[in-house]
Design a protein around this ligand. Sequence first.
Ligand SMILES: [Zn+2]
Length: 275
Amino acid sequence: MRLWLPVVVVVAMAVALTARVTSDGFLSIGRCDADTLGRAYGPLTTIYEVEDGELAGICHGVDDPAVYRAWSALTAFTTASERSTIAAFAGFTNTSGKDVIAYAATLDLAQTEFLVGVDLEMVQLDLPIVRRVMVHEYAHVLTGTAQGADRAEPQCASRENRYGCVTTSNYLGLWVDQFWDQDELAALDTNGYRSASEANRRCSQDPGFPSTYGATNPSEDFADSLVFFMFSNEVAPAVRPRLQFLSTFPELVQMRNRIAAAGLADTRRYVHSCA
Ligand SMILES: [Zn+2]
């Protein structure tokens, strides 16, 4: 008998738009610039520098085992090489009033470097939930740093090239081609998201989204789908094409297999919160 479990909702893991464009061009952000990086969602309490995919010391704040716990969750499914575009890993106190429990922020226009920030309350949650959050954030880093982002397009420069500014050689560009129509893309709000009510409307029309949050934009759709894929979750039939699409990428299958080999997959769980 299949076990049908309640939906686990992990909300609002936005990609912070901390990278800025000025009249002089792009202003990159130092990975240890806690003042600038803390403006988006709240003060950073710890920043670990990351070199070649491994922690390389503290450049801001204090050593924090809880933040390290989240880092360990990330290393459970990635090799050092696969996470080498993460330049810093930080803990933050969310004072923004927004439902953000983690974020991935690009530090430079070329999107070669990211900071991943984790909320200090989130990192205390059960480890399986923390792992899911880490896969979600890794998805943002992956699509942002992969080939095929059109970085020369000015209107995409400050928006992490997420929507319509990626080519069909990028995961997200391929994703949009497969699962998003142009009308829905064009209707995204200026911040790149749809409202919760609009996401609910989309879910009622198309149960293929992995979550209501995934229906807010292509980037979150990809990220939440990757979470279900990585943990080998049983999903609704309508969602399966998304997971099947992800399974066409050998590098993603390798990550999924690492999770399974570590005994961290959960094939029982039926997780679906759309429609
Ligand atoms: Zn997200």
